[in-house]
Write a protein that binds this ligand. Sequence first.
Ligand code: ADP
Length: 259
Amino acid sequence: MNENSLKKSLSKLNIGGLRYFDSIGSTNDEALAWAAGKAEDLSIVIADEQTQGRGRLNRTWFTPKGSALAVSLILRPSTSLRPHLSQTVGLAALSIAEACLKLGLDPQIKWPNDILLKGKKTAGILVESVWSGEDVDSLVIGMGINVSKLSVPPEDMLQFPATSLEDEIGSEPKREEVLFNVLQAFIHWRERMGTDELIHAWEEKLAFRGEQVEVKTGSELPVTGKVDGLESDGSLRLKDAHDNSVIVRFGDVSLRPSA
Ligand code: ADP
């Protein structure tokens, strides 16, 4: 993968600018700085290696050289999209899931921000915002996708099992092709932000549906219940032991199957 091969394979898509790095600290950091400047809508930062890739709450995201997709997309939301920005993480998750489907895989979305294959994490998403006063000026959507076996972190780094596309398919797909499919799905679904169609497609791919899970929400006590579905803003709906709905909103929440 290099800048030329990327530009060639993405030429049919209507993206903004593209910045490619052989190695970078974090693609999200570069994209946030670019977004605070003059980046066009749908500009992309991509790197062959991240030395300081970030998950949520400054957890580390592992991206060794030549093994994964580390991509950050810049969105400049139109006025009509602004009320629906809470669906952004779902939009990204659905796009990665559809790219996995094209490879013959059966992806599931661990709400809110991870893609699972056979119950193991293959990709993660980190959405960050650039503010202008009280308003979101732009969003940066970081996506880390484990492509080759070498992208899977060592056991001692993991709180949740991980895998890669190569591990699940048996051969290594081309990173440019995976990225093309993710971006194509992203462009398709972005036009449907705020619609029930997007929520239903996202909901259909939810992991642990009907199963008992525990959701940790920062300092508060964990919420437990069976995964029921999504609200129209993309919040997660659980059913508690009395069959009452419990809504879990976005934030730094971590969902795990209950022991
Ligand atoms: P959560 O597991 O709560 O969804 P994050 O989305 O913030 O957490 O992801 C960061 C965590 O993901 C790290 O703490 C680490 O356990 C794990 N991780 C880091 N790199 C990878 C990777 N390439 N593949 C799978 N899991 C990873």
